[in-house]
Design a protein around this ligand. Sequence first.
Ligand code: IYR
Length: 224
Amino acid sequence: MTNNALTPLADFTEYPVETMVQRSEDFYQQIKRRHSVRQFSNRPVDKRIIENCIRSAGTAPSGANHQPWHFVAISDPDVKKEVREKAEIEERQFYAGRAGEEWLNALKPLGTDDQKPFLETAPWLIAIFAQSTGGIEAGDNRKNYYVRESVGIATGILIDALHNAGLATLTHTPKPMKFLNEICKRDASEKPYILMVVGYPSEDATIPVHATRKKSLQDISTFL
Ligand code: IYR
């Protein structure tokens, strides 16, 4: 096969317009129930669900289709404990002032602090890494393109897939996150992008009211 071969778009599905209106409304009703959760149950989650959701994330569009991402799915309690310990070391400094006053003020309505028990409680942590070099073939070492955009889109699809499966998530970003390379045994050239916390919410889970305030369609869009 030449490397610019084409194949028919065989799996596009067309729906009647009214079906499309309904489907788009249904999707909105489902996705607006997604909330970042910080209190997780320790109930286990079947590995096959995590695998399928990562498969979904891996379908994301990416620069030159190089797929510049790697997902490290952690369920081992010892590894989760280490992640928590290292994250809390960074977060203590972050909340003690390294973040700066403006940032800490912006976070106040969320009520977050340097304690991250969910990193041990939740059954799965998915560390997402961005690869500045790689390529599509295993072992390639070519330049990757639009890496942050590509990994951001894949992460969005991952969140949707996990939510759709019936799981709660938190896009956690301990700062800095470089400690994840060592724990996850990923090359120093890979940039930790987001640490996704995955599981069932605890029965008494709450969310900040601040987080429920979504901008309206009018606020976020313009139609020309
Ligand atoms: N990484 C910290 C701080 C934090 C930063 C932002 I921007 C948030 O939206 C939420 C938290 C933490 O996880 O607590």
